[in-house]
Design a protein around this ligand. Sequence first.
Ligand SMILES: CSCCC(=O)C(=O)O
Ligand SMILES: [Fe+2]
Ligand code: NI
Length: 184
Amino acid sequence: MATLLLDDGTINRDLNEIVQELAALSIHIKHYDPGTSLLFPHLLEQEVLIDSEKQHIIGLHNSVFELIQQQNGYLWCDLLNLHPGLPNLENLIATYSRYHNHNAPEALYILAGEMIFSFVKPDNGQIHLLLQSQDYIHISAGVEHWCSPTASLHCKAIRYFTTVEGWVPNYTDTQLSDSLYKPH
Ligand SMILES: CSCCC(=O)C(=O)O
Ligand SMILES: [Fe+2]
Ligand code: NI
């Protein structure tokens, strides 16, 4: 389930309130429990996935999320599998951890593990969103964000793309807030 950390230290776990707060920033989240995780619990717990295992998981979700894909014009998708043993993990984290936006939407559905996204509010405050399994996020084109795995370094997610080249980052100069928790 999604958790939102505001820049005044407030933590919000009310999905409806989080949905509203994010909608104002053109970010859309939803929790989907299609029951698919029951079909491959062994793969969700497995650290390394080979291509055929990724395709198996993607295939199952393509039928479940067909409508979402049509409505959003997703052309293709892949399965991101971040885990502590991933050879280029440090480089990936470095590319995710700078504020950027994209010319097209960024959408993903978390299958297992966690991911933190941060966004900039109109008043320049920053908010931090923890996404967990079965959370779906759609970040509209042009919306500044950065993201990070949590300390578990585990995240399995289906990424949806509306362009052939995928999510090309346009790095912005916004600095990450110096602390994720600022006492009142
Ligand atoms: C690892 S999920 C998304 C990371 C990101 O914002 C990006 O690759 O553009
Ligand atoms: Fe991005
Ligand atoms: Ni299976």
